[in-house]
Design a protein around this ligand. Structure first.
Ligand code: EPU
Length: 350
């Protein structure tokens, strides 16, 4: 019997016990066959992309883990083609690494994802939680998402307007079969990107400052990528094997959406179209007494950003969850706001 695959070897937190069965699928057919076989056997199925947004129980996973390792980036224009034609459609296999796609886009003069540089994980994971950073969200450039529907047992293509995108949200996140598993398994994402050398208008104040432009102005896409990589690295949000601050799942909590009256004095408040305001989870955590680097145990807050919970090397999932509960409960007690976890919890709860 070969040793079972351990999920901690497949997650950026380096946490999680063994998988009962582990399948690496390199074609769409293999992805569908593996998910279908698990579903038909009535077994739990976990679809794994880059493992950067998962907290897996120490007990492991009592079913089939399907690692999506499909490849392919197909654009409908040649590299360097006349940008006069206005745009490019790029079809990307779910298993492609997100940041490789961003790097390729910047080099090819495809505009609209450059501010999403340095985000870990796979392309197929990006629509699920509508990945966003530094003023961009993938929903702004996604044209369609092709999925395997585990309920209807067929392949479907959703136009962006039908994806239910919101802040860190989509129909793919909403339609769950299990706490860790969606009804839809993403097979391919098609992006509609503009062509040119200038990035999209810079909307994030910190990024605009770094680039020396006004908010709403443009800068060269390559410069935007470099600036974002620098900012992210400074916050421990670019994966680095040797830096335990990056043994995380990125932001552990979403930024809460609350009534304007609920925002604590001094906290950031970004107005939303629906009248609510988004406030800062990092600020709440920091001001509830959990500064960067908090925690003496094997799990602690990143020394570079209070919103990342990290494995300092020998943590268990139980350690990490205990820290998450302490932070969540501390913020609730101090500010009356309940933080909600952003990563997917597999076989465990907060
Ligand atoms: N802040 C503090 N103390 C700190 C750090 C930050 O009070 O030590 C406050 C500051 O007021 C700051 C605010 O928090 O202005 C926001 O901090 P930051 O700009 O670092 O952004 P964030 O809201 O913490 C979000 C995303 C990140 C994304 C960045 C940049 C969420 C949950 N997180 O973080 O996304 O990279 O903005 O756009 O929306 C992720 O989702 O995994 C992720 C890393």
């Amino acid at each position: 019997m070969p040793e079972p695959e351990r999920l901690r070897d497949h997650t950026t937190l380096r946490l999680g016990g063994p998988a009962r069965r582990f399948v690496t699928a390199t074609t769409e057919e293999e992805v569908v066959a593996a998910v279908r076989a698990g579903d038909e056997a009535g077994e739990p199925v976990l679809v794994l992309g880059g493992g950067s947004n998962l907290v897996v129980a120490d007990e492991g996973f009592p079913g089939t883990v399907v690692e999506v390792a499909t490849r392919g980036v197909r654009a409908d224009v040649e590299d360097g083609a006349d940008p006069g034609c206005g745009g490019v459609l790029v079809r990307v296999a779910a298993g492609e690494t997100w940041d490789d796609l961003v790097a390729r886009a910047v080099v090819s003069g495809w505009v609209g994802v450059e501010a999403l540089s340095g985000i870990p994980g796979s392309v197929g994971a990006t629509p699920v939680q509508n990945v966003g950073a530094y003023g961009q969200e993938v929903s702004q450039t996604i044209a369609t998402v092709r999925v395997w529907d585990r309920v209807l047992k067929g392949v479907r293509t959703f136009a962006a307007a039908d994806c239910g995108f919101g802040y860190r949200h989509s129909r793919f996140k909403a339609d769950r079969l299990d706490p860790w598993g969606g009804r839809h398994v993403v097979l391919e994402v098609t992006f509609q990107l503009r062509q040119g050398d200038l990035g999209a208008p810079v909307e994030y104040a910190e990024l605009a400052r770094t680039l020396g432009v006004e908010q709403g102005e443009r800068a060269a896409a390559a410069d935007v990528r470099a600036a974002v990589l620098g900012l992210r690295a400074g916050k421990g949000m670019v994966l680095d094997e040797g830096d335990h601050d990056t043994w995380s799942a990125g932001s552990f909590f979403t930024n809460p959406l609350v009534d304007p009256a609920e925002v604590p004095e001094g906290a950031p408040a970004w107005p939303q179209p629906d009248g609510r305001v988004k406030t800062s989870a990092a600020w709440l955590i920091d001001h509830a007494g959990f500064a960067k680097g908090y925690g003496d145990g094997p799990a602690g807050l990143s020394t570079k950003h209070p919103l990342a919970l990290t494995n300092r090397g020998s943590a268990t999932t139980a350690d990490l969850l205990a820290l998450a509960r302490e932070v969540r409960d501390g913020v609730q007690e101090k500010f009356g706001i309940r933080l909600v976890n952003e990563p997917v919890l597999v076989g465990c709860e907060l």
